[in-house]
Structures are given as C-alpha cells and as structure tokens.
Design a protein around this ligand. Structure first.
Ligand code: ATP
Length: 233
C-alpha cells in the first residue's frame, strides 16, 4: 500500500542557499516518525515545504495518493495535514478560544471538538477568554497543538514542541502522543531533543546539512551511530 506521505527528491532553496538536497522519505499510516538533526539541518524546511510554505521547492510530495507539491497551504490543510509551527505562531491579541477556532475553520470540520481539546488541556479551558499573548510558553504550545488537532488532521506535523519549555511541561505535552495515535493520526515530529523524539517514534530520519544521513528504528539502531550521524562526525 502507498504510504500516507511520501517525499521524493525534495530540494528547498532560499535564494542561492540550498537548505535541502533531494531528500526522500516515507511515512506510513499510523506511524510516529521523528526527524532529528542539529540546528540548521533543514528540519523546519522539510515541514514547511510539506505545508507549501518553504522557499523554492522542487521534487515530489504525495499525500494520501495525491500530488500536493503545487497546492496552496489552505488546500493542504483541507486535505488533512496540520502543522504545529516552531514558535507556536498564535495570534497574540486573539483569545485562546479564537485561536483554537482558526484550526476548526481552516480544517476538515470533523474529528475532535473544542470540548475535547479542553479535556486534554484543562488549563486552556480556564484561560479560554484570555489573549493568547498572555499565556505562558507551555500554555501557548498546548493552544498551538490544540489548534492543529481541531483541523482534524490525518497527518500532524510538530516542529520543536519542546523548545524553550520546562521538562515537566514537555512531559505533559508528549504524554498526549498515545492518545493522538489512538485517534488514528499519523505524526511527524521534528525535535532537537533526540532522546525525547527517539523515545516516542517508531522510526526516525536523521538530517545533516540538508541530506538524510541515517534512518531506522530506534530500538534497532546503535545510539553512538545516531550521535555520529547527527553531528556529522
Ligand atoms: P532549526 O532547529 O534551527 O530550526 P532546522 O533543522 O529546522 O534548524 P531550517 O530552519 O530548515 O533548519 O534551516 C535550514 C537552513 O536554511 C539554515 O541554514 C537556515 O539558516 C536556512 N534558512 C531557513 N529559512 C530560511 C529563509 N527563509 N531564508 C534564508 N535561509 C533560510
């Protein structure tokens, strides 16, 4: 069966700088796949290219049997892909509830309802009428994840969920992965926190300077080998 997402020969350039060099990868239905790599390896460029948001892109991106490489972002969201962007990118002057509603409005209008997001993150219920800009970093990350889930994605892309957050908060957010999985949502996670992402993923791809240098299953791959490929040693 064709994978849910397949990327073939994907290159991304910003002006003369090439961030990704013909990378290929595949994500099966129901998998959690981690993309690991150091700063600047091209992880965000990969997610942004899938969302139709990167610089100059060439190569093939197929999702659920369709070529999505040339689609505008709203059509990609409507097809069933949602991104939790690096830095959350909430609208700071809108309330939590208004930010969440954006996910529903842009998405497929099925799946999780806002009440279920509040059940996952009770703190968002308590703060639903506050402006998103007044929330703590962890609360903002929960709102950004909630907004993406409300779009009813078949594929959820998460960019650095743990960035700048206390380990206790990151634990709370990652504790939801089994539930996200149970709902049949396929996940691609970008993380600099290697142990965190290897602990939750089925498979990983390691990027170095815009190329896939290693891929595999965490349990079947030697940790030293992962670290060597990560740092390009
Ligand atoms: P980070 O963890 O720092 O976000 P990353 O692995 O996600 O790193 P990218 O953000 O994809 O990497 O960046 C890959 C390379 O592309 C970096 O060298 C970065 O400076 C460059 N880059 C990213 N976005 C742009 C842009 N809009 N214009 C120019 N260069 C960019």
């Amino acid at each position: 069966m064709e994978p849910l997402l397949s990327v073939h020969g994907l290159s991304v350039s910003y002006g003369r700088f090439q961030a990704l060099h013909e990378i290929s990868l595949a994500v099966g239905r129901g998998e959690v796949v981690a993309i690991i790599g150091a700063n600047g390896a091209g992880k965000s460029s990969l997610l942004n290219a899938i969302m139709g948001q990167a610089g100059r892109v060439s190569g093939a991106i197929r999702f659920a049997g369709r070529d999505i490489a040339a689609l505008p972002t709203p059509a990609i969201v409507a097809a069933g892909i949602a991104l939790v962007p690096e830095g959350r990118r909430l609208f700071p002057s809108l309330t939590v509830e208004e930010n969440l509603a954006i996910g529903w409005d842009l998405g497929r209008r099925g799946g999780l309802r806002v009440a279920e997001i509040y059940a996952m993150f009770p703190v968002l219920l308590a703060r639903r009428h506050q402006r998103a800009g007044q929330l703590s970093g962890g609360e903002q990350q929960m709102a950004a994840l909630g907004r993406a889930l409300l779009a009813d994605p078949r594929l959820l892309l998460c960019d650095e969920l743990s960035l700048g957050l206390a380990p206790r908060i990151v634990d709370r957010i990652y504790a939801l992965m089994p539930e996200i999985r149970r709902r049949g949502i396929t996940v691609v996670l970008v993380e600099q926190d290697i142990s965190r992402s290897l602990a939750v993923c089925d498979r990983f791809y390691c990027l170095l300077e815009g190329r896939v240098v290693l891929s595999g299953r965490p349990a079947e791959t030697d940790r030293d080998s992962i670290m060597q490929h990560y740092f390009g040693a």
